[in-house]
Design a protein around this ligand. Sequence first.
Ligand code: ZN
Ligand code: ZN
Ligand code: ZN
Length: 364
Amino acid sequence: MEPNRLVRARNRMSELGVDVCLLSVGADLPYLIGYEAMPLERLTMLVVPREGDPTLVVPRLEASRVEHDPGLFRLVAWEETEDPVALVAGLMGSPDVVAIGDHTWARFLIELQAHLPGVRWRKAGGVIAALRAVKSLPEIKALARASAAADRVAGALQAGEIPLVGRTEAEVSAEIGRRLIAEGHRKVNFAIVAAGPNAASPHHEAGERVIEHGQVVLCDFGGTMPDGYCSDITRCVHVGDPPADFVDLYAVLQAAQAVAVGAATAGTAASEVDAVARRLIADAGYGEWFIHRIGHGIGLDAHEDPYLVEGNDEPLLAGQVFSIEPGIYVPGRFGARIEDIVVATQDGSRSLNAVSHDLVVLEG
Ligand code: ZN
Ligand code: ZN
Ligand code: ZN
């Protein structure tokens, strides 16, 4: 763990006038102290005061999982019969402004509010998310390894090594999941497989539809590597020759994806990256069918800041890593999406995914 992350978090707390930051389940804890809390009903909470030592409060039965670095934080284990919320409240002094992790169970916030009347509450996302969004060199390398692992699975799909016709979407999804693990992921986060008209639903859940000759098969999958960093990629293959109108749609999509990757340099507004692709897709007559933002940040979470969407006019920063994933979805017919993970740099952008963006036509 880079110990200066806690220092940077506290600097940011000072800037924002936050007296105490409370972090629970989710990726903020692994980011700051290298410990990931199980998403239990029992409270785990890192109490970070603007000054003084941070304290990690964990249920006794979890304490043995904590790799405790006493130079970084104090460790307090609570017994099964103790009230951990009272314990946390007692560690905080009398703060005016408290930021609480976005993924904390609501019941703990409600209980804390009862203990701490008069406190003004903020989302800890405002403190931590901006730090997490800009990746260090080791983090970019970790994300590159995750993308390379996902690329090997996408490459197998494009090479026709994953049988499609006659299998259900669910069977193909399961195979993609097995391959993600075989290529080095610790867990599979999702493996969307959407065939034919199902490809018009961006988050279609792979089901019992049997894949047929003559269909597009959209595959969007990703997982988490042992070091915690995530992959996320989308590629489409077509079984048999695609109809002309699908070829046309795909060509527009591919151009839009490329133009957005090219635009995603440090200094460009996040919204502008979305807009350049959206304009191109709209000019080609497909505007009503591009129904989601163009991308999301990725790191220890599969979706995190920055979000590349209309309304987010924040400039991209060098070291931010995010997806570029335009899609065109024609209800009842077909759909396509192309997704890469991209790093913004000072003088350009770099895709961490290297497999072909072409519409690969498979026989079989
Ligand atoms: Zn998605
Ligand atoms: Zn995806
Ligand atoms: Zn994505």
